[in-house]
Structure formats: structure tokens, C-alpha cells
Ligand binder design. Structure first.
Ligand code: PXL
Length: 296
């Protein structure tokens, strides 16, 4: 890998469920980043498990942990936040952005609070509104459509046209959003994709929609995006790499009905690494290249 960025990721530990930190840490490591974690809460499972998950809020620990970090003079090339457990933590994250970024560092916010038109269990509109200033100050935000609607006070629609998406993007930009990575956008029933809006440009990477919806794919997507972007890959190419990786993760999971709670993201890590570092080609592929060069 070209770069060895030091990245801080701030999100919960869901002990079971392949989301948040148990996804971000291995994916960022695979992308060649030194990864520092700041857990916001510890849950026995993520909140989509049917009953009785435990939730230990770590909001009180965050100021103590960051006080120590300040004393030892730690700083990051990237800070990436996902699921935060409380409004207090949203406010703390803004302070962490200001305190621990190296010069030129990038901040990434995945608002991680809602999907398919509904807020995750335990969150309400006060929480959604508290997420707005954090998103509008970050360098890159990665909302899905539901989260983008909450950030712009737009009604959520399951079917929509370009004019509706343009209105959401315009409202995000008017509120101060910089680079916007809007996930899960497709204008036909069998496609989905990601919209990258930055510096007045809007690009749409369209790919096939797999019939199975999967938990944790937002976290897989955001982690792969951040990993690629911190290797110096531009926003649109990073968004494309992350989308292809996420599709592969879903494909590798969809024939296993018992694996409903997440995706088998580990199985596609070699493809992700190769997409980030295309010169890393295998001996077999090298052989194929020599055959072409030799005219065989
Ligand atoms: O970003 C997904 C996620 C992360 N963490 C927790 C969750 C979810 C989605 O439901 O419940 C605890």
C-alpha cells in the first residue's frame, strides 16, 4: 500500500452481528491503515437481533480516554465515526475532530442512525437533529437515503426520481455538507448505486441490486470507502471500490439463510485489497500477462 495512515474510528462494539467496530477495524487494517478505536457503547448484539440485547453506554469514558490521548500528543490522518450511542457523544466527536486531526487530516461521518425509512431502535428525532451539525462540519458524509432525508427534513420515499435526489443533495450542500457519498440510490427496480457529490460535480455509480437486503452493509461500505480514500484514491473511485466490495460481500452471504444478521465481509477482503492496489497481481495473472505479451 502507498500510504500508512493513522485513522481513528469511533463507533460501538456490537459483540455479535458483524457491524460497527468488528467490521471497521479489520477492513481498515486490510486497507493498510493503522487503526485506533474509540468504542461508544458495548452491546451483546446489534439492535436488530430479536430480543434482549444489552447496552452499556461508554459516554462517560470518552472524555477520560481523550484526556489521556491529549497528554501523550496523539493525532490522526483520518477520523471516521459510525454508530454513536448518545447526543453527548455526538457533541464529543466534534471536539475530538478539532483536537486530534493532523494538518490535512480528513473527517468522515457515517450518520448510522436509520435505514429503510425508520430510525434504529433507541434513536429519536432529537438524536437525528443533533447529528446535523456533525455532518455539516465533516469533510465527507456517507448517509443512506433515510439518513439524508432526516438531515434535510425531507420526506422519505421508496420510489423517487432524479429531481427528488437533486433536491436532497442541494439541501445538504446548502447546509454546509462538503463531499457527499449518498448510498443505495437507483432509479430502476433492479439497480442501486452510490452518488458522489463534491465541488459542484455529481456522479452516479450504478450497479446491480441484489434481492437480499443485509444488515451491516452500511458499515462495510463506509469502512471500505475510508480505507480506499486514505490510500489517496479519489472519492468517486473509492466509492466504486467500496460498492463492488459490498456487492461481493452480499453475494458471498446470500445463499446462507442463517447468516441474516450481517455479511461475510472477511471472504471478500482479498478482492478489496486488490482493488486498492491493482499492481498486486497474482502469479497466475502474471502468467496470463506473459502469454498475452508473447502472443500465445
Ligand atoms: O450501523 C449499523 C449498526 C451499528 N451498531 C448498532 C446497530 C446497527 C444497526 O442496527 O444496531 C448497535
Amino acid at each position: 500500500m502507498k500510504n500508512y495512515p493513522k485513522v481513528l474510528t469511533i463507533q460501538d462494539i456490537s459483540c455479535v452481528g458483524q457491524c460497527s467496530l468488528t467490521v471497521a477495524l479489520p477492513i481498515l487494517s486490510a486497507c493498510g491503515a493503522e487503526t485506533v478505536i474509540l468504542p461508544t457503547a458495548v452491546l451483546s448484539t446489534h439492535t436488530a437481533f430479536p430480543k434482549g440485547f444489552t447496552f452499556r453506554d461508554l459516554s462517560e469514558d470518552i472524555p477520560l480516554i481523550t484526556k489521556h490521548w491529549k497528554e501523550i500528543g496523539i493525532a490522526f490522518d483520518g477520523i471516521y465515526t459510525g454508530y454513536l450511542g448518545s447526543i453527548q457523544e455526538i457533541e464529543d466527536v466534534q471536539r475530538i475532530f478539532d483536537t486530534f486531526r493532523k494538518e490535512g487530516a480528513k473527517t468522515f461521518v457515517d450518520p448510522a442512525m436509520a435505514d429503510n425509512g425508520v430510525l434504529y431502535g433507541g434513536f429519536d428525532m432529537t438524536y437525528a437533529n443533533a447529528m446535523k451539525p456533525l455532518c455539516f462540519h465533516a469533510d465527507v458524509i456517507l448517509p443512506n437515503l433515510t439518513e439524508a432525508c432526516l438531515l434535510t427534513d425531507m420526506p422519505y420515499r421508496e420510489t423517487y426520481d432524479k429531481a427528488y435526489i437533486t433536491e436532497i443533495l442541494d439541501k445538504l450542500k446548502a447546509s454546509g455538507a462538503k463531499t457527499i457519498i449518498l448510498t443505495g440510490i437507483g432509479y430502476t427496480p433492479d439497480t442501486t448505486g452510490v452518488i458522489v457529490a463534491e465541488n459542484g460535480d455529481v456522479q452516479h455509480y450504478v450497479h446491480k441490486r441484489l434481492s437480499r437486503g443485509s444488515h451491516g452493509t452500511g458499515d462495510v461500505y463506509a469502512s471500505a470507502f475510508v480505507g480506499a480514500y486514505l490510500q489517496g484514491i479519489n472519492a468517486f473511485d473509492s466509492a466504486t471500490i467500496a460498492a463492488n466490495y459490498t456487492v461481493k460481500c452480499i453475494e458471498n452471504t446470500q445463499d446462507d439463510p442463517d447468516h441474516w444478521y450481517g455479511v461475510k465481509f472477511e471472504t471478500a477482503l482479498p478482492e478489496l485489497i486488490k482493488a486498492i492496489e491493482p499492481e498486486l497481481i497474482t502469479a497466475f495473472e502474471m502468467d496470463e500477462v506473459f502469454k498475452i505479451l508473447n502472443g500465445d
